[in-house]
Design a protein around this ligand. Structure first.
Ligand SMILES: NC(=O)c1ccc[n+]([C@@H]2O[C@H](COP(=O)([O-])OP(=O)(O)OC[C@H]3O[C@@H](n4cnc5c(N)ncnc54)[C@H](O)[C@@H]3O)[C@@H](O)[C@H]2O)c1
Length: 437
């Protein structure tokens, strides 16, 4: 059991650097400012509203998570960002159209102070976008060095003690892991050679990890999830989390699928379709970016339902995922799921889900929690993949030797047990036989 003394305190300010100042980032930033000012509540955030049971059920100990582990206070969080557009976070939040003008006006001066630094961007990887606020550099290594300069300058200008960097930029085109990503030396030579297998998100990940700061990926791009960068993270002590925030339809899938499997009900087909009209939807309208997203969304059911263990129930499952760009809806995505299931003696049934959600409202608390928990991991000396943060991601990073855990309730148990472990508390197994001795 780890000794709680080993976790450094959360004193001083925490910088949260966001790549991409779009819908998710501005909703996170504005939300934190609004909560700090007492204008709103941090609904959906485990770090702000969650509790954790300690010891036996008879002990009645359930402290707030933020009282149990040393997390940075929202008052100490300082945001910064990069984007290809020059709009500050007030203007960008208005463009994103997620939050009411009334709320944005109340916090306008604080939002206006957060203006994006010039981005590392190449249209090769995000075909539907282009913007003026972009860095120039001869090589990808050169660009990574410019990002490292930005990170250091942001830290000293704001008097920060620690930093976390999160990719909340657009979904890049589908890219498979190759030999360029297999080893750090090869990867660094490829940076010098401007190799096409290194997209912008990987340059940010490299810069963050090289600086030894925690890095998370809110999108499905490979980014830090390659052996070369995992190796670098071990060397520099960077904790990593990703990929792709588990918000709307996939979150719902990881709630329902474990329930169906728990009752050993068969699933013949799962048809999921969405309409959304924000910039993310526009980028995902490009088939190459959609493929990256599709891979991330589709793997979930295979892992949860385990057709290899339950061939009679799941081996012939037809799983289809569609996303359609439909501007009138903006960030207010609508998802439909039709699930064809079967029960006792093969009798068929259907489930229909119509989820009228708000993408960035679901994503913002996850970005905040990921930033605060990664900062905790950094202070606890935990480097590399933080599998206990799988709870937040559609396509969780995991060790090569194991399959990813997608079941939301197992993920939550893993997260809370990790916190108990860090603080030297008994893990909770739910055995409970002692109550009946
Ligand atoms: N909202 C959700 O529920 C949700 C869930 C899972 C994943 N995501 C992912 O999170 C990401 C952000 O989503 P969003 O809704 O905020 O999208 P968005 O389009 O509103 O914002 C993305 C921003 O990233 C910027 N950008 C793109 N490439 C960049 C680069 N190389 N450097 C700096 N900035 C760059 C764009 O200009 C844009 O402002 C997307 O990849 C999306 O797929 C979102």
């Amino acid at each position: 059991m780890k000794n709680s003394q080993k976790i450094a305190g959360a004193e001083g300010k925490l910088g949260v650097l966001l790549v991409g100042l779009g819908a998710v980032s501005t909703t996170t930033i504005a939300g934190v400012i609004a909560v700090r000012r007492g204008l709103s509540k941090p609904i959906g955030s485990l770090t702000q509203m969650g509790t954790i049971r300690l010891g036996k059920r008879t002990e009645g100990r359930s402290p707030a998570i933020h009282d149990f582990v040393p997390l940075a206070s929202l008052d100490d969080v300082v945001f910064g960002a990069w984007d290809i557009f020059e709009e500050n976070s007030y203007e960008a939040a208005k463009t994103a159209g997620v939050l009411d003008a009334d709320l944005l006006e109340q916090i306008r001066p604080e939002l206006e102070r957060i203006a994006p630094m010039p981005a590392v961007f190449d249209r090769k990887y995000v075909k539907r976008l282009d913007g003026p606020n972009v860095k120039r550099g001869k090589t990808k290594r050169d660009l990574a060095e410019q990002l490292r300069e930005d990170i250091r300058r942001f830290k000293s200008d704001n008097g920060l003690s620690r930093l976390v960097l999160i990719w909340a930029g657009s979904t890049e085109v589908y890219l498979q892991e190759s030999e360029v990503h297999a080893d750090l030396d090869v990867f660094e030579k490829a940076l010098d050679a401007n190799d096409d297998s290194i997209p912008s998100s990987m340059i940010y990940a490299y810069a963050a990890i090289k600086e030894g700061i925690p890095y998370a990926n809110a999108a499905p791009n490979l980014s830090a999830d390659v052996p070369a960068l995992l190796q670098l993270a071990q060397e520099t002590g960077s904790p990593l989390a990703g990929k792709d925030l588990k918000t709307g339809q996939t979150w719902m899938k990881t709630l329902l699928a474990p329930g169906l499997k728990a009752r050993l009900l068969g699933v013949e087909g799962w048809y999921s379709t969405n309409i959304l009209g924000n910039r993310d939807g526009e980028v995902l309208d490009d088939p190459e970016s959609f493929k990256t997203k599709e891979e991330s969304k589709k793997s979930v059911l295979d892992y949860i339902l385990q057709p290899n263990l339950y061939p009679d129930l799941y081996k012939d499952l037809h799983h289809v995922v569609r996303i359609n760009y439909y501007p009138p809806r903006g960030d207010n995505k609508e998802g439909w799921d039709n699930i064809d299931i079967f029960g006792w003696l093969g009798y068929k049934m259907q489930l229909k889900i119509n989820f009228l959600c708000r993408d960035s409202i679901l994503a913002a608390p996850i970005v905040l929690d990921t930033a605060l928990f990664l900062d905790l991991a950094g202070r606890a000396g935990m480097a590399g993949i933080q599998e206990w943060l799988s709870f937040y991601f559609k396509s969780p990073m995991h060790a090569a030797s194991v399959y990813p855990e997608h079941d939301l309730f197992i993920q939550l148990m893993k997260l809370k047990n990790t916190l108990r472990h860090l603080q030297g508390e008994e893990l909770i197994t739910h055995l409970g036989l002692e109550y009946y001795d």
